[in-house]
Write a protein that binds this ligand. Structure first.
Ligand SMILES: Nc1nc2c(ncn2[C@@H]2O[C@H](COP(=O)(O)OP(=O)(O)OP(=O)(O)O)[C@@H](O)[C@H]2O)c(=O)[nH]1
Ligand SMILES: [Mg+2]
Length: 302
């Protein structure tokens, strides 16, 4: 160990869809970089959030929710989880205490049984249950998975979040930094901007439509005078009928998506943003390997 080495390691954040993995990532970084919505399967790719303090650099990897795959996009998502787990020093297994243990928790546990490194089961959303119920649930978890430690958290308010880093620091190694000191994530601002547009589709569109949405940034130009970032992006949908819904009467729906996404991107960049959106139909892209690849979701052949 060199004298200047910090506590350093990669930590996989795992769980079924919608348990609060991305909310945790944003909370531990105190910066919103990961998209969040009340609907399952919001996150599609992994994303590093690099937590740093005087003692440690902990690289948390947000991952897509583990689920039974049903199309090629699902396969891509699960492949992302597999890759993160392959490179992690520890894992956080998030559970929504309001929902308790579902079949999908046992699916996640199966993945983690093969992972021979430390695991913390994180009981998330404790703001949503009474203490008595939480006690019972915690004992159930401890008897189900006796080798794993348990922590309680409400990622939405930040309660219990610092305790996670305290625990991790006890087991992660001292080693040279994994990322440069001032880096926040392994994603580019361009990629995060695309995600923030997709997030608004999840928040504002109903039923199946957001699941068939993909976003690509066509151009991302930083201008000095006026001080502004000009972003042009295309939103892809799967059917002609969805294009009409997405645009809305008089273009209203698209305007709402655009202005809400612009506000989020401005917060992240700390600069004014001009956002221009286009919509295109790419029929059944979730089932087509070439189209998936074009949209950034390529599934490598094993
Ligand atoms: N009440 C409560 N809600 C929470 C908490 N943490 C997350 N949520 C909510 O749970 C929903 C899902 O949160 P996400 O962070 O998107 O969940 P995820 O695990 O990343 O979901 P996927 O990306 O779909 O796998 C959102 O509506 C969050 O606001 C919490 O501690 N308490
Ligand atoms: Mg997520």
């Amino acid at each position: 160990m060199a004298p200047n080495d910090l506590i350093c390691g990669a930590v996989a954040v795992l769980g079924r869809p919608n348990v609060g993995k991305s909310t945790f990532l944003n909370s531990v970084l105190q910066t919103k970089i990961a998209i969040v919505s009340p609907r399952p399967q919001t996150t599609r790719g992994s994303m590093a959030g690099i937590y740093q303090d005087d003692e440690a650099q902990i690289v948390f990897y947000d991952t897509p929710g583990i689920h039974q795959p049903k199309n090629k996009l699902s396969q891509f998502m699960l492949r992302e989880v597999e890759e993160v787990l392959g490179g992690a020093d520890a894992a956080l297994f998030l559970i929504d205490v309001r929902e308790g243990l579902t079949e999908e928790e046992y699916l996640v546990a199966e993945w983690l049984q093969k992972f021979k490194k430390p695991v913390w089961v994180i009981l998330n959303k404790i703001d949503g249950v009474l203490d008595d119920k939480l006690e019972v649930f915690e004992s159930q978890i401890k008897s189900e998975w006796p080798n794993w430690s348990v922590l309680r958290m409400a990622a939405i308010s930040g309660r219990g979040v610092p305790e996670v880093t305290v625990e991790l620091k006890k087991i992660l190694p001292h080693q040279p930094l994994l990322f440069p000191e001032d880096e926040l994530t392994n994603k580019t601002m361009r990629e995060i901007a695309a995600e923030m547009i997709r997030e608004q589709c999840f928040l504002q569109l109903k039923e199946e439509i957001p699941y068939g949405v993909a976003v690509l940034i066509d151009s991302f130009e930083e201008k000095e005078l006026p001080n502004l970032v000009v972003i042009k992006a295309t939103i892809f949908v799967e059917k002609d009928s969805q294009k009409g819904i997405m645009i809305g009467v008089g273009g209203n729906q698209l305007k709402l998506i655009g202005s809400a996404a612009r506000v989020e991107i401005e917060k992240l960049l700390g600069r004014k943003v001009f956002l221009e959106l286009w919509i295109k139909v790419l029929k059944n892209w979730r089932k087509d390997e070439d189209l998936l690849k074009r949209l950034g979701y390529s599934v490598p052949h094993k």
